[in-house]
Design a protein around this ligand. Structure first.
Ligand SMILES: Cc1cc2nc3c(=O)[nH]c(=O)nc-3n(C[C@H](O)[C@H](O)[C@H](O)COP(=O)(O)O)c2cc1C
Length: 156
């Protein structure tokens, strides 16, 4: 397996495109996190579902097999900002993996809120196993800068 895995969740394609570009530059494996029950395509409806999942601290089920993470050094996580936090299916994904010793590099796309809201949730999910870097703003960094950040390996 490659040293870097890029796992992403994307509902409307923005994070998917950035993830695919970044995975190429990093020569990383790529994995798409897919919830068993797809989120609504209509944004307002999706916001309601996301709010409900957040209030319930839900861990929605995932579709398909999980990726192999044995021997993994770095996990890059691509995610959209949802109501100033991270989509709950990403927490299901993190919860299901043994990330002992893995460095996690999240980057966030949004319509302006940026990555600030996601750090706490991610930290809570990986606190005992992984080293979490502060989430990067995927809308304000070039693919090359994101790749340099992941390659650099310094904890922020
Ligand atoms: C349920 C939901 C909640 C969102 N909440 C926010 C938000 O709080 N702040 C923001 O700037 N954008 C928010 N957005 C917009 C997305 O973060 C943005 O469009 C993102 O780039 C979409 O990524 P995707 O195409 O990979 O799904 C929200 C979108 C959805 C569907």
């Amino acid at each position: 397996m490659k040293e870097i895995l890029l796992a992403y969740f994307s509902r409307s394609g923005v994070t998917k495109k950035l993830s695919e570009d970044l995975a190429k530059v990093l020569d990383a494996e790529i994995y798409q996190v897919r919830p068993l029950k797809a989120y609504p395509l209509e944004e307002d409806e999706c916001i309601q579902v996301a709010e409900r999942e957040k209030a319930e601290e839900a861990r929605p089920g995932l579709a398909g097999p999980l990726p192999e993470v044995r021997g993994l050094k770095k996990l890059v996580l691509g995610l959209p900002n949802w109501n100033d936090t991270c989509p709950r299916c990403l927490l299901s994904f993190l919860e299901a993996l043994d990330l002992s010793g893995v460095e996690v590099y999240p980057f966030v796309t949004s319509e302006g809120s940026g990555p600030d809201g996601v750090n706490e949730d991610l930290q809570e999910q990986v606190k005992r196993t992984a080293k979490l870097h502060k989430a990067a703003n995927g809308d304000q960094m070039s693919v090359e800068d994101l790749a340099a950040w992941v390659r650099g390996g310094k904890l922020d």
